[in-house]
Design a protein around this ligand. Structure first.
Ligand code: ATP
Ligand code: MG
Length: 218
């Protein structure tokens, strides 16, 4: 596997959390890893450490790499096309596809590509993350929550991904705050999703992504 596209059933669901844990686990096994965030909105240069770019760079052990990881950055905490428009820019799918292909071609080891928001969150005024994923054709890691209602969002996301012919390498249920029991919700997802492996990422106890790293290295 040369690249893995990390997407979510929604925004703020744990994509960066899961990607960073996976980077750490893969690096511990000696694997070369890189990261790419095609578009980053809500970027505050005064709070680099908590931005996706800063967190991914830190996990890679290359804190200086943040700008290269996320070359298209916008200040407003809004959808990428809206945030870009506020800075007089228009995002085009062709450019994002070209960026992604170039990164995939140049990557040494596994490239983790983190989308913006959820599977069908807009990336441009007329294209969603799903359009970028369909063009890049990398296997997908879907991150879902465990809140009440998360199952419907997870299963809907899986149908949408597969309708475009994408391979779902794995699903990670990242525990939501104030959510029902994670094991029970995870078991319920596993009963519906029998194709891709489902991993649970609990809050509190540090989640190591070891089993996910083993799957990727297998
Ligand atoms: N399993 C978890 N354990 C502990 N904290 C978590 C977990 N999942 C998510 N979080 C926390 O929840 C917040 C949102 O997660 P994260 O930033 O990874 O989401 P995201 O999907 O990458 O968001 P965005 O759509 O902005 O890229 C972060 O503060 C993150 O550290
Ligand atoms: Mg993120």
């Amino acid at each position: 596997m040369a690249a893995l596209f990390v997407t979510g059933a929604g925004t703020d669901i744990g994509k960066t959390h899961v990607a960073c844990a996976l980077i750490t686990a893969l690096r511990a096994r000696g694997m070369a890893v890189d990261a790419f965030k095609p578009v980053l909105s809500g970027f505050d240069p005064n709070d680099l450490a908590s931005s996706d770019a800063g967190r991914l760079a830190a996990a890679l052990g290359r804190p200086e790499a943040w700008a290269a990881i996320a070359p298209r950055r916008f200040r407003a905490p809004l959808s990428p096309p809206t945030a870009a428009a506020l800075e007089g820019e228009t995002l085009a799918l062709d450019d994002l596809v070209a960026d992604g292909r170039a990164r995939m071609g140049a990557a040494d080891g596994l490239l983790l590509i983190e989308g913006a928001g959820g599977v069908m969150s807009p990336l441009t005024e007329t294209a969603t993350n799903l359009d970028l994923m369909a063009a890049l054709r990398a296997p997908v890691l879907l991150v879902v929550g465990s809140y009440l209602g998360a199952l419907s969002h997870a299963l809907t996301a899986l149908v949408a991904l597969r309708a475009r012919g994408l391979t779902v390498a794995a699903v990670v249920m990242s525990e939501s705050q104030n959510a029902p029991d994670l094991d029970q919700t995870g078991a319920s997802l596993k009963a519906f999703e029998t194709e891709a492996p489902v991993f649970l990422a609990p809050r509190g106890a540090a989640w190591t992504a070891d089993a996910l790293a083993d799957l990727i290295l297998a």
